[in-house]
Design a protein around this ligand. Structure first.
Ligand code: PRP
Length: 212
């Protein structure tokens, strides 16, 4: 295969699922499953090069053409607005971007709300669209702690099963947007490796159709 396609996978369960799907569609790269610490894997036969990236960095690799394609959550696309083509909703990795807070303690709409989040852009846009003043507290994880400790009134975060909220005495107040995994491509790669990317897209789409 003379034209390699390079694929950024989000480290973790989502990436593993995506790899299982792609490998079943003729884009296998068995070295990827070896338990070692390498991060980049090439398969000459199938003309693919994979690498594991932090989920929130996939869009950066794709935008900067370090990867031709990748899989990234819609939450990341909305937060960073990378200049990439969003080609397909894979329909898995489903969750919801929500406003949540301590059970029964929805903040007074007249006041400035203290919002703890990993997604300051999404939070700002959401509250601006409602003409609400907010004070953003940017955190990098374990966001649920903030309202419990009284540091914020609410959080803007992804909710998947709802278990983290429940087990910390929080509840969803508002739903901002549904989230799922998206197949994205670098814009130049889409032009110059069009046949290969279109073929991958076609195989992915029909596999997802069949699953329905
Ligand atoms: C995410 C999110 C919530 C949790 C939601 O965190 O920020 O904390 O998952 O999942 P649930 O509704 O199924 O409980 P993640 O695991 O990515 O870790 P983080 O706290 O480091 O961001």
């Amino acid at each position: 295969m003379d034209e390699y396609i390079s694929i950024a996978l989000p480290k973790g369960r989502l990436g593993e699922k995506v790899y299982a799907l792609l490998s079943s569609l003729g884009y296998g790269c068995p070295a990827l499953l070896e338990q070692d610490r390498r991060l980049i894997f090439t398969d000459d036969e199938n003309g693919v090069r994979y690498f594991w990236s932090k989920p929130s960095d996939v869009a950066i690799y794709v935008e900067r053409a370090a990867a031709d394609v990748g899989v990234v959550g819609r939450d990341i696309l909305l937060e960073y607005e990378p200049d990439v083509y969003e080609l397909l909703d894979l329909g898995f990795g489903k969750c919801r971007m929500c406003v949540a807070g301590l059970r029964g303690e929805k903040p007074d709409p007249g006041r400035t709300v203290r919002v703890a989040t990993k997604f300051p852009h999404i939070a700002s846009e959401y509250y601006a669209s409602r003409s609400r003043d907010i004070d953003i507290i940017k955190l990098n994880g374990s966001i649920e702690i903030a309202p419990v400790l009284g540091m914020s009134d609410v959080i803007v975060d992804i909710v998947e099963t709802g278990r983290t909220l429940r087990e910390n005495g929080l509840e969803v107040f508002e739903e901002i947007v549904p989230v799922s995994a998206r197949f994205v491509a670098n814009k130049a790669s889409f032009k110059f490796k069009n046949a290969r990317i279109e073929e991958m897209l076609r195989r992915l789409s029909s596999a997802l159709e069949e699953e329905k």
